[in-house]
Design a binder for this molecule. Structure first.
Ligand SMILES: C[S@@+](CC[C@H](N)C(=O)[O-])C[C@H]1O[C@@H](n2cnc3c(N)ncnc32)[C@H](O)[C@@H]1O
Length: 192
């Protein structure tokens, strides 16, 4: 049997924020207004209005990832890509306990972490349409996948052409051009 070499921790920037147009597309697909929690964030880049874990409060050792808000079951996760394995392992464990997690990762189907914690544990949406992270000057150079970890759908996949509708794109560009005081974009509460 072929053994996939161990992945090397990356040295690239680890705190790129997911673009709002992709988050809006995910929320529309999941039929939610907001994510209940951002599981990997900082004060500068959290994408949930309810709260987040950061390096200090450490998501990976947090007791549970189940929803802390009555408004939505779904938690958001765009982990640091240098070492994805502990994140997808925790997703699989927490979803068995009842958590619903939407997790954005590179579509590294040959990686050990994918084989061990994605293939049989998540519903995978392979993304058609490259993602340009906030602050990046070019699209991320790899295909990505949205992993949906839930207590009841443990495996399966589809291809999702997620491109935002013109209406969503123009609304987002109008919102981001508003002065900060009138903008309705996500406000970051304090971390746990
Ligand atoms: C790729 S960025 C995600 C940015 C944004 N929250 C998003 O979802 O697009 C990953 C973030 O996770 C944070 N992080 C790193 N280790 C963490 C940990 N153990 N627990 C929680 N957050 C962590 C980093 O500081 C960084 O801000």
């Amino acid at each position: 049997m072929r053994v996939v070499p161990k992945q090397q921790p990356g040295k690239s920037k680890q705190d790129y924020q997911t673009p709002p147009e992709f988050l809006e597309a995910v929320k529309a697909r999941l039929q939610i207004k907001d994510f209940g929690w951002d599981l990997a964030a900082s004060d500068e880049n959290c994408v949930s209005p309810y709260g987040y874990y950061d390096e200090a409060t450490n998501s990976l050792t947090a007791a549970d990832w189940q929803s802390k808000t009555p408004e939505t079951l779904w938690q958001w996760l765009n982990p640091p890509y240098a070492d994805i394995k502990p994140w997808v392992k925790k997703c699989a464990e927490e979803s068995l306990k009842g958590a619903h997690i939407a997790c954005l990762v590179p579509a590294s189907t040959g990686a050990n972490w994918w084989k061990e914690h994605v293939t049989n544990d998540a519903y995978v949406l392979f993304l058609n349409g490259r993602i340009t992270f906030v602050g990046a000057t070019a699209p991320y150079p790899k295909d990505c996948a949205l992993l949906l970890y839930t207590p009841f759908i443990r495996k399966g996949s589809d291809i999702w052409t997620w491109k935002p509708s013109t209406q969503i794109s123009s609304t987002i560009s109008k919102l981001s051009s508003l002065p900060a005081s009138t903008s309705t974009s996500t406000a970051c509460p304090t971390s746990l």
